[in-house]
Ligand binder design. Sequence first.
Ligand code: SF4
Ligand code: SF4
Length: 361
Amino acid sequence: MAFDLSKCDFSRCRGECLVRCPYISYGEDDAKRAIQSLIRGEPHPILKECITCAACNDFCPQGADPWDLIALRQEETGVLGIPPDAKPSSDWLTKPAIILRRGKPGGPLISAGGIYEVVPQAEFLTGQMFEDATVIGGGAYACGFTETHLGRASRPLEYLRQFISNLAEAADEFGVDGIIFTHDACYDVATTLAMQQRVEVPFRPVHILEYIRDWLREHRDRVRPLNISIAVQGGCTTRYAPKGGDHEIWSDWLAEIFEIIGVESVEEKRTYTGIDRLCCGCGIFHTQTERALEIQRRNIQDAIDAGAEKLVFICPACIAVMRAACRKMELEPIYITQLVKLALGEELGPAGTAAFGYPVR
Ligand code: SF4
Ligand code: SF4
């Protein structure tokens, strides 16, 4: 999560970082000039045009992490024009730590971080898979990653030690060795960022997809295959996941979940997939709403054209921001836990597939 100037070598790239950005139209020379300006600390329009999706870190063939340079300059200049007390992220970070649901002693411990209300995690994390689980949330367990969309990209690093320490205390209190994270951001901060910063993590971080995959492996006999085609919304934070080979580790867990519950992914037929996947637009939803909606429509239409019957979400923020557009375009949005519950023959409860009616906060 830091730009590496030593790797940014204009003679060994074609400015892919910005040439491939799906939200702007830069040629190679424009791209290199923009990055050069940012390296020098000069103002550049890219700072305002960037929707904070983090994709350019994946596009750069040198591994220089240019998004982290853009984010740094966005924070230094305040160019995104977001006030210091911007809601709701600052709210999430100051919420008291709470127990959303108390499970059985020694059962799994799940952290919903600070954003357990954008989708009702207390309702989504129910059913057989979660019957023994305790779910905690609140600012003490928020990694601060949402702040990167608000021009305050330094927050995850600022909170890192406190975040890990709070979670370690929770692991002790509930007598568990591992903590399951419902959001990629918290998982990535507790793995990728902690490793980069050499911060010891005294518990095992577990991604929600890893937990679901492991549970399904042991309960295959309970599954009724769904036999449907689905597309996947991969959020920005998934790009920070540890890599397994040349791809992000979560994609292996998701592929196995799909195989067990009998759904076919249409991702191979999509234009906006893999590292070219589109952002949900949450970073600009309140400041450039029409631009965000245009991105969502492009994304959803692409999934429909590929033959998807549902659009599956892993990130609570993505589904909160995109569910209205999905409904309008008649592609059913569904949160991953709800999809698996369908395959287990369980009722989805009042939250349904995507918690329609819950506010986008
Ligand atoms: S960040 Fe990567 S792609 Fe962009 S100019 Fe530097 S080396 Fe080239
Ligand atoms: S973070 Fe996303 S929107 Fe911003 S420049 Fe990089 S690819 Fe483009």
